[in-house]
Design a binder for this molecule. Structure first.
Ligand code: HEC
Length: 107
């Protein structure tokens, strides 16, 4: 019984958090980022969790990277794969970039 209650509370927390990140998540998916970035496991690119750890408390730096104004810090050796993707994020508004960074940092 207690376990079920805990699961319900946690489930609600995740749901509420997810709803708030709807924009960033939608942008992430619609721009094709999820093809190379999985939530917790490395695929073509580093996982969102890995990126979130590298940019913990540095949302401004993450936005700068997405604007093409800062150097990569997660896996610079593979930046040639990520670089062309920045043409998509550079075209986003500041609000959209913040939502996208928030979504990444939630992992
Ligand atoms: C073709 C595969 C691919 C796609 C698509 C892709 N990425 Fe990446 N991404 C990578 C690789 C590989 C790295 C590791 C190199 C690096 O750290 O820059 C990376 C790194 C990153 C990083 C960490 C940057 C750092 O400081 O090192 C961020 C943030 C990121 N990607 C966001 C995105 C977003 C947002 C999108 C969608 C617009 C996206 N990626 C699409 C392959 C991809």
């Amino acid at each position: 019984m207690r376990k079920q209650l805990l699961a319900a509370v946690l489930g609600f927390g995740i749901f509420a958090g997810g709803a708030m990140a709807a924009d960033g998540e939608a942008i992430f998916k619609s721009k094709g980022c999820s093809a190379c970035h999985k939530p917790a496991s490395k695929s073509m690119g580093p996982s969102l969790k890995e990126i979130a750890q590298a940019y913990k408390g540095k949302e401004g730096d993450l936005v700068k990277f997405l604007k093409g104004e800062a150097k990569p810090i997660v896996d610079p050796a593979k930046f040639s794969m990520m670089k062309p993707q920045l043409s998509k994020t550079k075209a986003l508004s500041d609000d959209e970039l913040k939502a996208l960074a928030d979504f990444i940092l939630k992992h």
